[in-house]
Design a protein. Structure first.
Length: 264
């Protein structure tokens, strides 16, 4: 059974609301988007600007209403839950965004930011548990423990992204959404970040959704790739098939534009 199943997801533009249903009307952002991810697997969701990638991510996190469709996570239809009942499920779905999103507070040490996350999700946690969770997260991304006392501006871009991954892993999610995590990184930094995420996935049987505009990045670690364009999924299939034998003209253009940029 898939861990995540998205069926006919549609979204229209309008005021954001931190929940699924709202009855909005406006420009169509997503049009009957469907895909699924099996436990421990990685889906690459690939598309260019205005393809609908961010609306998909926001929908999965409950940060934007949807106009139609169903999101099933571990057998539960999340779109039918109240906000209060959704909260425990939300902890199991964590996301990492591009460095430019400012996920880490610049003036706070990483340890302070991590403690804030843990106090939010585990208000009764003892100091020892908090310490152990921070140590485990740092170890997962293979970062020196001394980095916990540094602030984000003291790290290079790849290190900041890895610490954002560590922050997401503090609560032991089942699904990690990596939304444009390689944006702004050079090829070597991209490979470093993707390889660390792959290592975590293998070690914990973590399920990953890799959202990117770069087909090379998706191919680097995805089992399956779904190509998103103008709010619609054009094709879905095994990564090797999508890259080597694409069916759609748009996908072929993506392949031709990224063949020389594959991270290693």
């Amino acid at each position: 059974m898939p861990l995540l199943s998205v069926e006919n997801l549609s979204m229209e533009s309008g005021p954001r609301r931190r929940w699924f249903k709202y009855g909005l009307s406006g420009e169509m952002l997503l049009d009957s988007v469907s895909f699924e991810i099996d436990p421990g697997k990685c889906l690459g969701l690939v598309g260019g600007e205005a393809s609908g990638k961010l609306p998909v991510t926001f929908a999965l996190l409950g940060l934007h209403s949807i106009s139609d469709g169903k999101i099933t996570f571990d057998g539960e239809d999340l779109t039918r839950l109240s906000l209060r009942k959704f909260r425990p499920w939300r902890k199991r779905i964590q996301a990492v965004f591009p460095d430019e999103f400012g996920q880490l507070t610049p003036r706070h040490t990483l340890e302070r930011s991590f403690r804030h996350v843990l106090k939010t999700w585990y208000p009764k946690a003892k100091k020892e548990e908090i310490h152990n969770r921070i140590e485990l997260a740092m170890d997962l991304v293979k970062m020196p423990t001394a980095n916990r006392h540094r602030t984000p501006p003291e790290l290079d871009p790849a290190e900041r992204q890895l610490m954002a991954v560590a922050r997401a892993m503090l609560v032991e999610p089942d699904l990690l959404i990596c939304h444009e995590v390689t944006k702004g990184l050079d090829v070597a930094e991209q490979a470093e970040v993707l390889n660390r995420i792959s290592d975590i996935r293998d070690a914990l049987n973590l399920t990953v959704m890799l959202v990117t505009d770069d087909l090379a990045v998706a191919d680097h670690m995805s089992d399956t790739i779904a190509v998103l364009h103008h709010g619609r999924v054009l094709e879905t299939g095994p990564a090797a098939k999508i890259v080597q034998h694409p069916d759609h003209d748009y996908t072929r253009r993506l392949v031709s534009s990224t063949l020389t940029n594959f991270p290693t």
